[in-house]
Design a binder for this molecule. Sequence first.
Ligand code: NAD
Length: 499
Amino acid sequence: MSEPQRITHLIDGRPWQGTAERTAPVHNPATGEQTGAVDLASADLVGAAVVSAKAAWRQWRDVSLARRSQVLFAFRELLYARREEIAALVTAEHGKVLSDALGEVMRGLEVAEFACGIPHLLKGGFSENASTSVDVHSVRQPLGVVAVISPFNFPAMVPMWFVPLALACGNAVVLKPSEKDPSAALAIAALWKEAGLPDGVLQVVNGDKEAVDALLAHEDIAAVSFVGSTPVARYVYETGTRHGKRVQALGGAKNHMLVLPDADLDLAADAAVNAGFGSAGERCMAISVLVAVEPVADDLVARIAHRMAGLRTGDGTRGCDMGPLVTRAHRDKVASYIEAGTEAGAKLVVDGTQGEFDADGDGFFLGPTLFDDVTPEMPVYTDEIFGPVLSVVRVSSYDEGLALINANPYGNGTAIFTNDGGAARRFQHEVEVGMIGVNVPIPVPVSYFSFGGWKNSLFGDTHAYGEDGVHFFTRPKVVTTRWPDPSHGGLNLGFPTNE
Ligand code: NAD
């Protein structure tokens, strides 16, 4: 076993040279080995990073759109060229298989590509002669220094949902990645520097609650984009807004897939396995509940179980289908739900604790698990498990399935599988969820739409990236202009009306 590598902050374009009072271990989840020790920022260090970002912002906000978009294009090229290196870092610290890690880098890249169009995205409106000899125009201006706080499960993609657009809009960013797998974000930040982003405009501080609390309270943080679990998202939203900040806080999920009796059952079974067990279920858009409208449940469960028997779980660098969970504690927590589901009376069709794993060492593995006959009061249904556990709930009609989904406190993503266009149209109209798939199991919107759930899956009113992202990272200004002719307009103390 080699010594754990030090992982530190990136401040003003350079690795931090100080000595951290606290560190946290970073593991390779496939071997169980501690590979790194990440410095955890103190409140003082966060404060210094913000002050320095504010100074850098004063220059960056006045950099022309032409120059800003050149930096974005250069970053896009660098990220594309280094996509496999970044994916390897994701696999080494998160555990997801390499192909999946590459997928997340490519989805993050999409947002950088969208941000390359910033000159067009920031165009304001102009109305000539809104009132006689009066013109009105609007502009959008950057906010200042914004914070991005990201979760462990997409260490490359989630930071890129926000950072490219925030920078493109003329802000400085302080990024606080997950302390469980910080290296991908640091490597991406190094690419921004290489692309020509001035030092200090993007700071990366590593840390935990102390760093987050310091960001939420700092007077020079204008806005916070947060992604993580629902209790923390709610806390970040409440605390950040109390400090007068603009906040978007994306939370957890419990995504349902509704399968109608007329669906193509092979397509539905493939989709359930892909969306249930991809990334070991550690995706906010994972399908964790399959709602089968009778009489298809027996047939569907059999097809899913058959496919699960062919899945290979192991080290993400070995071409397996599924990797380990992120930490030993998380693995144990997910495994405890298998016990809880059985105790509550659900039928354990496939037991992930019994699997064999293609890996060396003592990794954090759990095989794919399938429960049937799950009912809404069971903990496997009520809780976001965030692991490779798929629950089947049987219902007798479309209406019963819809009511179940709408009663759930989360509303991130959902999908319907059917060949009936009318039923699909009704579903997308009636379901109270932010992102809907029709025969598409993981409907993550493309970068020129926006990503966000409803209810306990998002606090705030603005979704991530797309047009919403541009609005979140800018504030509008409207200018009403008259060049006087003649020079004296006359006295009128009434409220201005347009003539
Ligand atoms: P988490 O809430 O534990 O951590 C998220 C971030 O908050 C991390 O940077 C962490 O350091 C920080 N943090 C943790 N506890 C904190 C506290 N008490 N106070 C302040 N900051 C704190 O989430 P996670 O386990 O890293 O990520 C998984 C969760 O994220 C799941 O619930 C998943 O559904 C959710 N998620 C949601 C989306 C979405 O788009 N809605 C996307 C990805 C992940």
